[in-house]
Design a protein around this ligand. Structure first.
Ligand code: NDP
Length: 442
């Protein structure tokens, strides 16, 4: 059943999310990243909507060509080049890996080769920038708005295709979810793991590439633009590139672990993931770098160090918390957390076919401090990216505001799901670990 609040939120997002992305990017393009000036101009009659729209760069053949080449290249890397990184990188888990058990009891296999795709893409990027000079490294920045139209087209096409596929030829009919509400189904998806052929998995592809591989390239393009405009790259731009680069590299290093996260384990594939991965993620997660092209903030050494330390501590908490759960689940509790045997709560649940499964909820390490301390670390890192941009404008702070809403909502959504999955066992767990994000506060 879809409650009215979920429906209202979905309608709001379907109508306004594309506009929000446009507004942010347009504000940088036409108003030096001021979010208030466009509104003031419109309210005072200084400008009309048509003036802003007429100044907006249209879709171009060049952008369409770049985007098509980009997505095709990522498809080729994903589908046709089996992973070789796991053969020579110690500790890296790649190649064919199994995902979690789906509600219908299916275990999907995935070809984990994201790290390889990221490395090949970036090697080519640097080879071009320093040696071949096929195109300018500012290419992404220079075509940013025309590329936005291309990303939107792909986002809508893939979400609509996923919906039609869910009705007509689902990959696994038992893992489909039909609520009967068109908007909810379009937004949250029908199929759990839509695939084309044996290996092209929509969720893994769209979440990781083109979205997350692009993230670091977009930042590099912004840094190149700063160099072109001002003759140097500011320390804030380097900080944003480095901290977000660590986050992206971490994602690909742990891509196999990612198969066990909520996006892959619990969410169905609809507009939320399809459009979100194509448009929302590459455009709004990179706002700090974009802002720094227009405002080349140079931080004093103490501030730069403080932000770097905050970002690194946030990253450490994020990674260690995720690692502790992963280790605990992989070894079925036969491991050490902070040098001791882990404590946990035994729990059980039933799949749709009535089979009973058993599981464990960790209460040691960071998981004994709060129920989602991984989100807390993520939020600290996110705040660091924003702080690197100084305090002149609100736009670069969108990311921390958004992540706080996203992850708080995720806490509630996940806990609602876990409560219905584990019942009284979940209640025992929340009694043992009473806080969600901040011990003693929330
Ligand atoms: P988690 O990795 O916290 O996974 C939640 C699931 O873990 C629960 O549904 C439950 O699943 C299981 N679980 C919960 N508590 C315990 C416990 N105590 N012991 C063992 N298992 C437990 O959440 P996400 O998948 O949302 O996030 C993964 C990471 O990705 C986070 O660090 C998050 O910050 C990051 N992230 C980043 C985003 C971004 O846009 N930058 C967006 C979303 C996430 P089960 O049914 O298996 O018991």
């Amino acid at each position: 059943e879809v409650d009215w609040f979920s429906l209202a939120s979905i309608l709001f997002l379907l109508m306004f999310a594309p506009l929000i992305v446009y507004y942010f990017i347009m504000s940088c393009d036409q108003y030096q990243c001021s979010l208030t000036d466009p509104v003031i101009d419109l309210l005072t009659g200084n400008k009309h909507l048509s003036d802003i729209w007429n100044k907006t760069p249209p879709l171009t053949y060049r952008a369409a060509g770049i985007y098509t080449l980009w997505v095709t290249f990522q498809v080729v890397l994903y589908v046709f080049i089996p992973d070789f990184c796991h053969k020579f990188l110690p500790g890296y888990v790649g190649g064919v890996q199994e995902g979690a058990v789906t509600p219908a009891g299916v275990v999907n296999k995935y070809e984990i080769n994201g790290l390889q795709a990221w490395i090949i893409t970036h090697l080519l990027w640097f080879a071009n920038a320093y040696y071949f000079h096929w195109f300018s490294p500012t290419i992404i920045f220079d075509n940013w708005i025309p590329l936005l139209w291309c990303a939107n087209i792909l986002g809508y096409v893939v979400s609509t295709f996923a919906m039609i596929k869910g009705y007509l030829f689902p990959t696994n009919a038992k893992d489909c979810k039909f609520t009967g509400n068109f908007f909810y189904d379009y937004m949250m998806g029908i199929e759990f793991n839509p695939r084309i052929g044996k290996w092209f998995d929509f969720k893994l592809f769209f979440n990781g590439r083109p979205g997350i591989v692009a993230w670091t390239l977009i930042n590099l393009s912004y840094a190149a633009k700063q160099q072109e405009l001002y003759g140097h790259i500011t320390n804030s731009m380097i900080l944003v590139n480095v901290l977000q680069g660590i986050y992206v590299l971490d994602f690909f290093w742990n891509e196999a672990w990612y198969l066990k996260t909520i996006d892959i384990c619990h969410d169905h594939f609809g507009w939320y993931l399809g459009w979100g991965d194509c448009v929302w993620l590459p455009y709004l997660y990179t706002l700090q770098g974009l802002y720094l092209v227009y405002h080349p903030v140079q931080l004093c050494t103490a501030n730069a160090m403080g932000i770097l330390i905050l970002g690194l501590i946030g990253y450490y908490i994020f990674r260690m918390t995720n690692h502790q759960k992963d280790l605990f689940r992989r070894t079925n509790g036969n491991c050490k957390i902070w040098g001791k045997k882990p404590e946990y709560i035994e729990c059980s649940y039933m799949s749709v076919d009535g089979t009973r499964f058993y599981s464990k909820l960790l209460t040691s390490g960071f998981w004994g401090w709060a129920r989602h301390f991984n989100y807390t670390g993520d939020l600290m890192g996110s705040l660091a990216y924003c702080l690197a941009c100084g305090f002149q404008h609100i736009l670069p702070y969108f990311y921390i505001i958004y992540m706080t809403i996203l992850l708080t909502h995720r806490c509630l959504r996940d806990e609602h799901r876990c409560l219905s999955k584990y019942g009284k066992d979940w209640r025992r767990y929340t009694a043992a670990v009473p806080y969600r994000l901040l011990p003693g506060l929330f």
